[in-house]
Design a protein around this ligand. Structure first.
Ligand code: MN
Length: 201
């Protein structure tokens, strides 16, 4: 079996006999530049933003969700790396389990690294993450155009901000967090996903 050290924290938090979340096998570098945003009704509603970097999903929890308004900064708290298989996960996590509640695949697509150094060379994503400043373009079903993630508090309790870049996809009037926005995977609402997952228990 391949070394799963990179998923240690992910595995430690979950009981896979009870939760239908994917266990995750190994780093998968095939789906290089994908992103997902999962709406997660746990004890607190939040949106999990995940970017595939070097075969894992780098993850941030965004309590207020994304905004297409370039003047809006959204708090983003880094969470443990998730396996690539998580990019297809939608359903219920049993109550009492870590993250217990309902998960909707709210958006999915590809991203493009857009941050260059002084010589015009793209800075590898992992170096951007380390430096606390990531810039990328999303090509999702709902989210499009440039976004940045910038760390403003380091160390324990690390905090970042997710912000729309001011480009032609920017729109200060759009409301992304209403219940009219359904799953890009199944077209279901949060309520439907919740009901369906309770039936399968
Ligand atoms: Mn979550």
């Amino acid at each position: 079996m391949e070394n799963q050290e990179f998923l240690k924290e992910y595995h430690k938090k979950r009981n896979f006999d009870v939760s239908s979340e994917p266990f995750g096998k190994s780093k998968n570098k095939k789906d290089k530049e994908i992103f997902v945003l999962q709406k997660h009704q746990a004890s607190q509603l939040h949106y999990d933003f995940r970017l595939a970097v070097d075969g894992v999903l780098k993850s941030w929890a965004v309590p207020k969700g994304p905004s297409t308004d370039p003047d809006e900064k959204r708090l983003a708290i880094p969470t443990e790396d998730h396996p690539m298989e998580y990019a297809n996960f939608e359903g219920g996590i049993p109550e009492g389990q870590y993250g217990g509640g309902t998960v909707m695949l709210w958006d999915a697509g590809t991203y493009k690294n857009t941050r260059k150094d002084d010589n015009g060379k793209l800075i590898p994503m992992k170096d951007q993450i380390e430096s606390g400043h990531i810039t990328f373009e999303l090509e999702g079903k709902k989210l499009k155009g440039g976004f940045s993630l910038i760390r403003f508090q380091k160390g324990k309790g690390e905090k970042w901000l997710l912000k729309k870049v001011d480009d032609e996809e920017a729109d200060a009037r759009k409301n992304l967090t209403g219940t009219e926005h359904k799953s890009v995977l199944t077209g279901r609402t949060m309520d439907q996903i919740k009901k369906d997952s309770e039936k399968n228990e």
